[in-house]
Design a protein around this ligand. Sequence first.
Ligand code: NAD
Length: 376
Amino acid sequence: MNQFLIKPRVQFGANALDYLSQVSARHAFIVTDKAMVKFGLADEVTRRLSQRGIAFSIYDDVAPDPDISAIVNGMKIMDMHYPDLVIALGGGSVIDAAKAVIYSLWHTRKDVNRAKPQFIAIPTTSGTGSEVTAFSVIKSQSEKLVLVDEFMLPDVAILDPVLVKSVPASITADTGMDVLCHALEAYVSRTASDFSDALAEKAVQLVFGYLIDCHREGSNVFAREKMHNASCIAGMAFTNASLGITHSLAHALGGVFHVPHGRANALLMAQVVAFNADLEGHCDTEAAKRYASLAKNLSLPSSSVREGVESLIVAINVLKDEMNMPKGIQATGVSEIDFNTRLGEMVGQALRDSCTPTNPRDVNEKQLETLYRNAF
Ligand code: NAD
């Protein structure tokens, strides 16, 4: 029996944040980070809550790639305020932290009858799609763990492109490549469906159509809106279809060497497309055909499956080059000696990552190690 789930109401477009002017609550608990406070984005939220007479408290101690201590601290503070509304304002790290705090608090507390608060996610990066996914990625020591539970799905996602204007060019590049990776991996996943395919195809087109514009001109609200939508659409695809080994490898690389998530995906994506397509062999896998069909949708040369796969790989690399992204893991500041020392650990993490089983091609330790080495 198959299923396709879309949970949150999605408010999108310029002024989408004004949705907050319709919300009713007694006390809002805002999970965010210091950058959101510094850039005045938290003020945009609290101003609207105050106009509604809603009291609020702010937890802004979430750092990129949140770890268990951020969740435990968030639980303590949220519990003191007894909120009936939780608002996550930030990138994937903040939204994931809010999800994990809500989940942990409501699954460990004694008074199980207390109602779950209304949960609104307001992404300020166009990358993870976390506002519509049932996932939360939390770091435990140097391993990124993926929590999966529909309980964590927000009730409302607010996609306001104005909130993304302040994202610096390098983070625009990283997060934009994350969107592309979500769409590509959902499209070739073992559990892809007609529903997730439609969303993934659209997300891929939006990324190739608008990411460069966002990178060149951060204040281009039209392009920002397209990428913000793409991120959410790709999130809807992969929360249903799941992902593949680009993410498995990227989770371990991010966990061990703190490479930002989207950048890690960008470093590994083209290698994984070639591997899944069996480009060095017959290039006749199901995944190869799917990559070639995406290339055709993008009007890239694709007179044969092999040509389509190769064109897609070239297009991915051109996108990265145009945004001056690092060409290899070493260029992100990881030394050769450290890389070799931690390689076995990363391979082990990637092999047991929850994204590995849905990768279209089976993979073993040796192949994961080769993918890392080629990306170094
Ligand atoms: P992020 O949330 O870590 O943010 C990166 C940086 O951008 C931070 O310093 C943040 O303060 C800053 N930032 C955010 N919004 C900004 C804005 N509007 N203006 C200026 N600066 C801004 O980055 P991310 O890529 O959005 O999230 C990455 C995390 O999400 C990783 O931990 C990754 O593993 C996880 N993730 C989760 C899912 C999911 O489904 N839950 C999917 C993919 C990735």
